[in-house]
Design a binder for this molecule. Structure first.
Ligand SMILES: [Zn+2]
Ligand SMILES: [Zn+2]
Length: 381
């Protein structure tokens, strides 16, 4: 009876497809590399297809359809759905539905790919289980989108037709239909799937919790390279309405760069950004919480003195971050009103306050590092 129940709980089409293409790749890839001449054009076109289908998942499925962090037109929607279909990760409607549930019930039983049930459940095993029916209220906005509905309704037809046509086209262009199937289809899917699944598994498992310890999501710079910028997952789960995952200009987040580029080309509008002051405050207060826990465990005898020192550091930093935020707002206003006289003064004050903030931040880092390493620290008397 138990085995019957287990067999009934399996999502057979997805399981057979995923295991099947893995086995095919393991069998056919050595034959291709041993008996066929390696083709650079085939490699680069397959890599481009890999990147385009991956970016359609992150720009399209994730940050556009699931989180609505920007607005765009039907033409871009159609392109995102076209390459998103090539990725074979479910329809945009189903994907967004599961992802919204993941955010709403993170680490709880309702979360379809919760890491609490284990790394492999979050990575791949959840796909082998029968899906729960779609809760219409979760995706009522997407139901009104004709393109999304069409892709969802004829999803199997679309994935077969598009993948067959693209693979045949690749074979025709490069003169190797076998290579196109092994590299352009099987290889592309293998890397794309595992890299995307890393976001549900590794990005909830291995990294730093810079913005919140209230959920398992972590920031991992290495992962952002493999996942088109989705590795800043702790930030993402804390500020899910932001179109960026990597918020600093040097953070590797090609998804954010594409959305930004679309805006510059007037193909995207209404890009949502979390408030800079709120981000700094959240990060500092989270750091404070971690440090206070450490103090309670290791410096209980000097708890009050430590708490006073930590609060002093954080209050100073939060006040300076607020000042920079207010000054930046004033500067923008002065720029709009063309108050040339005040612009120079404001610029100077912003620069000086930023310098003071950085000095205080360095002092805080030194202090917190010593506390975390249980080294002696100077405390106010
Ligand atoms: Zn997540
Ligand atoms: Zn998300």
């Amino acid at each position: 009876m138990k085995i019957l129940k287990f067999l009934k709980s399996i999502n057979w089409p997805s399981t057979i497809f995923i295991i099947g293409y893995h086995l095919l790749m393991i069998g056919l890839a050595p034959i291709y590399f041993l008996f066929f001449p390696f083709s650079w054009p085939l490699f680069w076109i397959s890599f481009t297809l890999f990147y385009l289908s991956g970016l359609s998942i992150t720009v399209g499925y994730h940050r556009y359809f699931a989180h609505q962090t920007f607005k765009t037109n039907r033409f871009i929607e159609a392109i995102l759905l076209f390459f998103g279909t090539l990725a074979i990760q479910g329809s945009a409607l189903r994907w967004s539905h599961d992802h919204r549930i993941h955010h709403a019930f993170i680490d709880k039983d309702e979360d379809p790919y919760t890491v609490v049930r284990g790394f492999w459940h979050a990575h791949i095993l959840w796909i082998f289980r029968k899906q729960k029916p779609i809760q219409e209220k979760v995706v009522s906005d997407l139901r009104r989108n004709k393109l999304v509905n069409n892709q969802d309704k004829y999803y199997v037809v679309w994935i077969v037709v598009l993948n067959v046509l693209v693979t045949l086209g690749l074979g025709f262009l490069t003169g190797s239909y076998f290579g196109a199937f092994v590299i352009g289809f099987l290889g592309r899917l293998f890397f794309l799937h595992h890299f995307t699944w890393f976001i549900n598994s590794l990005a909830h498992y291995w990294g730093h919790q810079n913005y919140s310890t209230e959920h398992t999501a972590v920031d991992n710079y290495l992962l952002s390279i493999l996942t088109f910028g989705e590795g800043y997952h702790n930030y993402h789960h804390t500020f899910a309405q932001d179109y960026r995952n990597g918020i600093r200009w040097f953070h590797f987040d090609p998804t954010k760069w594409i959305i930004w580029l679309l805006e510059k080309c007037r193909l995207a509008t209404g890009l949502k950004r979390a408030n800079g002051l709120k981000i700094s405050e959240k990060m500092l207060l989270e750091h404070k919480k971690v440090l206070l826990e450490k103090v309670c465990t290791h410096f209980a005898h000097k708890k009050e003195a430590f708490e006073a020192a930590i609060s002093e550091h954080i209050d100073k930093l939060v006040a300076k971050a607020k000042r920079i935020h207010d000054l930046s707002k004033e500067y923008e206003k002065a720029k709009r009103q063309k108050w040339a006289d005040t612009l120079g003064d404001l610029r100077l004050e912003i620069r000086t306050t930023k310098k003071h903030f950085q000095e205080s931040y360095r002092a805080w880092k030194r202090f917190s590092k010593s506390v975390m390493k249980l080294q002696p620290v100077e405390l106010p008397v």
